[in-house]
Design a protein around this ligand. Sequence first.
Ligand SMILES: Cc1cc2nc3c(=O)[nH]c(=O)nc-3n(C[C@H](O)[C@H](O)[C@H](O)COP(=O)(O)OP(=O)(O)OC[C@H]3O[C@@H](n4cnc5c(N)ncnc54)[C@H](O)[C@@H]3O)c2cc1C
Length: 379
Amino acid sequence: MDKKQYDYAIIGAGAAGLQLVLKMIRDAYFKEKNILILDKDHKNTNDRTWCFWERGETKWDKLATHSWRHGAFINNKETIDFDLSPYRYKMVRSADFYRSAKDELASASNVTWIIDEIANIEGQKIEGSKDHYSAIHIFDSRIPQGFHDRQDDYHSLIQHFKGWFIKTKKPVFDPDSFTMMDYRLKWKDSTSFTYVLPVSETEALVEFTLFNDQLLMVGEYDQYLEKYLKTYLNLFDYEITEVEQGMIPMSDYPFHKHHSKHTTKIGTAGGWVRPSSGYSFKNADRYSSMMVENIKNSRRPEKGIATSRFRMYDSIFLNVLSARNDLGEDIFTRLYTKPGIKSVFRFLDEESSLSEDIKVMFSLNKPQFWQAFFGTFFK
Ligand SMILES: Cc1cc2nc3c(=O)[nH]c(=O)nc-3n(C[C@H](O)[C@H](O)[C@H](O)COP(=O)(O)OP(=O)(O)OC[C@H]3O[C@@H](n4cnc5c(N)ncnc54)[C@H](O)[C@@H]3O)c2cc1C
């Protein structure tokens, strides 16, 4: 048994756990605190690529593989081009983030990193497969079992996707513009689209993505990717240099109910994924800063994270797309045409005012939204 009692233990050195520990070691308040990081994995592969938007240049630019000032939304009738200014859409490869986080943590003598798979937490005790640990407060990024068991009680979709990093012989891409969603190729009548992220004139990440409740057969994602490249990009000659596949829960499941006296759930497990979009990397940045301030001010770490107003909108959105998955193309077309991408960013960043939200709701102009709104509101 590891006899030491740590001040903080962080289970999971992923997007949330690492952003939290980095914020801690950069703050003098935590200088004398002993921090333990536990992960079952060494975190030295590129297990995902994170994209997000930000205004102007920030600390992420030195890690970003690429960023875009322009984007496009495409459906069968039109292409909507947008200038993102003052935002930029950025791509960070997880391997680069893990490497840079490890470099910074190496100089923090109060941080211990142990590779272990955690099975259970009981109060301040953590049970790993190799050893047992103890901490005054635990930050836990394991998805609670209750989420898997109680899917049917909530509005839940899965964002599932497969992407190919491709390299072409001839220049075909515009590296200053990415495709947010292209609905010309869909799986049945579902909310499904292709996402194109060119990092140079000859290289791009192309991803076929679905927001629904049904995973595809292995190989089906590849068929769609191949078809998209042939039909819409006229690409026959390319090399696949890397593959990315994943799923992200989009659910109004109350993850916050799993916080307890000595444990705070973080990341996907803490409900940090915006259920209406699947984005969470920037939330991890914002929420881990809030947690550090809460701790310093003797408040519960999770206080103030996730506002009920935005949770309600997400629930409405999931309610509509669960019942009518075929409406996705129309809903996103209206969002990108009427309020526009910057309003969508403000909404997803939880910065929009109530009057802006009402405008977004009106722009959708769908009876299903009003039915879901009244259903959720008067539940
Ligand atoms: C392929 C992929 C692409 C994504 N792309 C984007 C994107 O572009 N933009 C965006 O905003 N979001 C994206 N997301 C969603 C989200 O940002 C990521 O999933 C993000 O990594 C979530 O952070 P997290 O810390 O909660 O989980 P993770 O980053 O998955 O970290 C969890 C950590 O916990 C460890 N762990 C799990 N169980 C145990 C255990 N029992 N014991 C010890 N360790 C354990 C894991 O090894 C892992 O290191 C993507 C997700 C995936 C899967």
